[in-house]
Write a protein that binds this ligand. Structure first.
Ligand code: DQA
Length: 147
């Protein structure tokens, strides 16, 4: 059986391609999800891709991953820097969580350097653009057991 993984993207990431292309590039979220789905197939991961601008919906998906024992690739977007509630949800995960940022948050405004999520993540990727999601999936594939 394939190991379950949720690829979760937070607020404003549905607008990739349109949104500040000088910062986030021209690749759309649909293109990222297509590439991730193809790689997940090669890696033997059972991937579901979701995006929301609503914090409660995101927290519900993290609860779902906790109940499933699923791995998570999460770009928390703006909630990275604000949300104790999302961090508390992520702390309940039992399989590894990889926090992904398209941009290098450490080379931008000072408020982006702090993440509520990083202390409960197994790994953090920042500044690799869309490739960061693929790197996260490869990392998870090496750590999730299938049964
Ligand atoms: C982001 C970085 C965050 O600071 C920002 O709020 C985002 C996107 C990134 O992918 O680089 O929305 O998570």
């Amino acid at each position: 059986m394939s190991a379950p993984v949720l690829l979760l993207n937070g607020p404003n990431l549905g607008r990739l391609g349109l949104r500040e292309p000088d910062v986030y590039g021209s690749t759309t979220l649909a293109e990222i999800e297509t590439a991730c789905t193809a790689l997940a197939g090669e890696l033997g991961l059972d991937l579901a891709c979701r995006q929301t601008d609503h914090e409660g919906e995101m927290i519900g998906w993290v609860h779902e991953a906790a109940d499933l024992g699923a791995g998570v690739v999460l770009n928390p977007a703006g909630w990275t820097h604000t949300s104790v509630a999302l961090r508390d949800a992520c702390a309940q995960l039992t399989a590894p969580l990889v926090e992904v940022h398209l941009s290098n948050v450490h080379a931008r405004e000072p408020f982006r350097a702090h993440s509520y999520i990083s202390p409960v993540a197994a790994a953090v990727v920042a500044g690799m653009g869309p490739e960061g999601y693929l790197a996260a999936l490869r990392y998870l594939a090496g750590r999730l057991t299938t049964s």
